[in-house]
Design a protein around this ligand. Sequence first.
Ligand SMILES: *Cc1c(COP(=O)(O)O)cnc(C)c1O
Length: 379
Amino acid sequence: MTEPRPVTPDTASPRFGRFFLPGPTEVRPEVLDAMRRPVIGHRGSELSAILREIDPVLRSVFRTTRPVYVATASATLLMEAAVRNGVRRRALGLVNGAFSGRFRDLVSDCGREVETYEVEWGQAHDPAEVKRRLCRGGFDAVTVVHSETSTGVLNPLAEIAEAVRAAETATGEEILLLVDGVTSVGGMRVEAEAWALDFLLTGSQKALALPPGLAFATASERMLRRAESIAGRGQYLDLLEYERYWQRHQTPTTPAVHLIFALAEQMKRIEAEGGIESRAERHWRMAEQCWAWTENVAAARGFSLLAPHGRRSPTVTALTVPDWTSPADVVTRLGERGYSVGPGYGKLKDSTIRIGHMGDHTPEGLAALLTELERITRG
Ligand SMILES: *Cc1c(COP(=O)(O)O)cnc(C)c1O
């Protein structure tokens, strides 16, 4: 494999830097080029060597010493795996947007009971309320989305994790914390081990800036013990299988080997940038740039940030669009200028647009997008 090229402003890839959907995100041409290789077998030493090499980088991204499993799937598969392996009978589902709603629904779709703790779309959950509900007893798991991509809200995950632990102590029940980190992992520091998250998952096509098709997760020891005690886990979603094959740097079934070639290239690039710390810093810079622009420039034309101060995601910003225009119009006009941003999602479709400032985007590239957006906000 070739040496990684350092991540530099968009002069490195002149074609890069115009696609700001909050997933899938834009992929560097160098990462796409890494897939131009012949097929290899998935039980041979070559693929195992690649998986062994990327393993420490993946674990540094997840901030854990536990294995990080590589699945050929979109992220939803691992949300379902979280439920099938981690919810025994009844979960508390934290809902504040479309993806957290999906996670909650998966619990009942998999035949388990779920109580919903819902807050308004655009708001974050209150850890004290999480604890209060869990202390009523009868829960064995919690589902939560860290960065709610439909609203741009960042949940206070460390505090929610503490609340869950406190409820465990108070009730004497084992309550697993199952976390969708699809737009947080790879874009900020998410402490799988320090925050004692039982399951943390992400997909390839968001903050990791890979093509769609892979998903990643890490599971605590007690999550695996829980899985062992649950019958009917099936095969494709069985975490014990992923754990077993991980020991020999393989995957349970035929993986998308070309996406793994791209992953290997991207892991080198993440290291070359200075690891997850530098990556996180770049994401916070872009987010702050986006918030400041909204407040200082676009607010005068009626645009506003949906998420409240202190609860905004570093990877995605949802802007409420004023009545004099519409999300569809803003998206179309930006498209005419060669830029893509996301329309609103779910019930926010007709009132918001979403800017995905994540993955391999740069502050310079984002500034160029905001300049175009400024022209449009002038009417
Ligand atoms: C995109 C997204 C998902 C779903 O991912 P798929 O890869 O389409 O299955 C789940 N949760 C969040 C927070 C997301 O942003």
